[in-house]
Write a protein that binds this ligand. Structure first.
Ligand code: SF4
Length: 90
């Protein structure tokens, strides 16, 4: 008996997520003047934001190495910042 062969199928693929999963679309993140050191950004995304004792928020050098799953947290932090000083460039 001849074994069934699996043949490749062509046509549009089903896509549930972004067109290129695993690739972060954020190009740049920075903190503008006016941070009130509330710590919210670090609470939401500690891999990217750090608020040192007595200082203002900083973007960690390693932020680009974060998995694309961090992108939502970065955007949430930017949208949640009470003084809107977290800037994100796509
Ligand atoms: S959320 Fe905004 S104000 Fe609060 S620490 Fe982060 S950058 Fe500063």
């Amino acid at each position: 008996m001849k074994a069934a062969t699996s043949r490749p199928t062509f046509g549009p693929r089903k896509q549930d997520g972004p067109p290129h999963p695993g690739v972060m679309s954020i190009k740049k993140i920075w903190i503008a003047e006016g941070c009130i050191s509330c710590n919210l950004c670090e609470d939401l995304c500690p891999d990217v934001f750090h608020v040192p004792a007595g200082g203002t928020s900083q973007v960690r050098e390693v932020w680009k190495k974060c998995a694309s799953t961090q992108e939502d947290q970065i955007r949430e932090a930017a949208e949640s910042c009470p003084v809107e000083v977290i800037k994100v460039e796509d």
